[in-house]
Design a protein around this ligand. Structure first.
Ligand code: SF4
Length: 168
């Protein structure tokens, strides 16, 4: 036990401190302001996976951790498209999932927006040659904003959300 405490004192705090990340702090501040102004403080996102490898979703999950803490900024992931403002679309638009993605979009109340997440929905990368892929998402849904990457990091996703908020 003494050894453990000695090591702890010697090494100090090793975890990241969001307070010290100036870039992230600035992004969070602006997101919070824009969500308050444009969505009365609460922006609901419905995540739709149209055939992803799930790495994009895993990066999105990190947005809920105490470091990124998206809910503190007023952005929530919701279980039903009927409660959503925005669809966050990942995956390659497979034959089977494309009708469901369109159905989910139809159920989102107006006004509504679609953000594509990762390279899959726009260029089907890295699965371009696969027979089960329907087409780029833009052929099926009106895309407002794209967050690129394979997968995009949580910081890139949060930056992409800010760009979307600036755009609308
Ligand atoms: S963009 Fe990359 S990480 Fe995201 S679902 Fe497609 S293959 Fe997976």
């Amino acid at each position: 036990m003494i050894k453990f405490w000695y090591k702890r004192v010697r090494l100090g705090v090793l975890t990241e401190n969001p307070e010290l990340d100036k870039e992230l702090a600035q992004i969070k501040k602006e997101i919070k302001e824009k969500v308050k102004k444009k969505f009365s403080g609460s922006l609901a996102i419905r995540m739709v996976d149209s055939g992803s490898c799930n790495a994009c979703e895993a990066e999105c999950n990190a947005l809920a951790n105490p470091y990124y803490d998206l809910e503190r900024l007023g952005i929530y992931f919701v279980a039903s498209p009927r409660h959503a403002d925005v669809m966050l679309l990942s995956g390659v638009m497979t034959f089977n999932m494309t009708p469901h993605a369109k159905e989910a979009y139809a159920q989102i109340p107006e006004p509504k927006w679609v953000i594509t997440l990762g390279d899959c929905p726009v260029m089907q990368a890295p699965f371009e040659k696969n027979y089960a892929i329907k087409a780029p998402a833009e052929e099926h849904l009106p895309i407002t904003h794209h967050i690129s990457g394979c997968p995009p990091s949580p910081l890139e996703i949060i930056q992409g959300l800010l760009e979307f908020l600036r755009k609308i």
